[in-house]
Design a protein around this ligand. Structure first.
Ligand SMILES: N[C@@H](CCC(=O)N[C@@H](CS)C(=O)NCC(=O)O)C(=O)O
Length: 213
């Protein structure tokens, strides 16, 4: 039985998709952000950075959303959400998950939480504007990768797709909608038909209609 500390539509969403897709037994533990539970002594013992998500497996906490995704994929390789060792797509899986998490995710976090990245609030609009350009560049690179493909790596759905879907959802807040990009827009619409995306978004009350227009 896994336990996932989560908050709706936070970085816990990709691990949540994976737990659901793999039909694993899991319990969701809501992190009360209003009460700043993520900064409480109790939570900091599990996740010293005080951020969401944390996965608990046999009493052991695991943090960092991409690490949780890789671990779940590797521990349950029969689920097919990661190309197996020796498959030429496997290194590309790592490449894209790294790109998503250390470029697009990082840029989205800078933009969406700009006030935590400056000590002069007058500079917030500059941070948001600069980040918007970087986010649009990343979405454009992802759009190019999706040309002629069903999923990010080709014909096989992988954890990268669930990770990308999470980030694409966050990018609707920015200046450039992900739907501006033809292949990405078609892909996101396709992903909304995925039964795990539908079920988990229902549990987390995430509106799928922006992805479908
Ligand atoms: N690198 C971390 C980032 C996690 C993160 O920043 N989570 C945000 C929500 S999306 C959070 O917990 N924010 C609350 C806070 O910083 O107090 C990961 O990928 O797990």
């Amino acid at each position: 039985m896994y336990k996932l500390y989560y908050y709706p539509n936070n970085a816990s969403l990709a691990p949540h998709f994976l737990l659901h897709h793999m039909n694993l037994e899991y319990e969701l533990l809501f992190v009360d952000k209003k009460a700043k539970f993520q900064k409480s002594a109790e939570y900091l013992k599990l996740n010293p950075a005080g951020v969401i998500p944390t996965l608990i497996e046999n009493g052991q906490p695991l943090t960092e959303s991409p690490a949780i995704c890789i671990h779940l994929c590797e521990f349950h390789p029969e689920q097919g959400l990661i190309p197996l060792l020796g498959d030429p797509l496997r290194p590309l899986f790592f490449q894209w998950l790294a790109y998503l998490s250390n470029t697009l995710q990082a840029d989205l976090m800078f933009s969406n939480y700009a006030h935590t990245h400056t000590n002069d609030e007058r500079t917030i609009p500059n941070i948001v504007a600069a980040q918007s350009d970087r986010i649009a560049d990343a979405l454009s690179i992802i759009n190019d990768q999706l040309e002629g493909k069903q999923y990010l790596l080709g014909d096989q759905l992988t954890a990268c797709d669930y990770f990308l879907f999470m980030l694409a959802g966050w990018s609707f807040h920015g200046a450039t909608s992900p739907l501006t990009f033809k292949h990405l827009a078609a892909y996101l619409k396709r992903m909304t038909a995925n039964s795990t995306v539908q079920a988990v978004c229902e549990i987390e009350s995430i509106d799928l209609s922006p992805f479908q227009s």
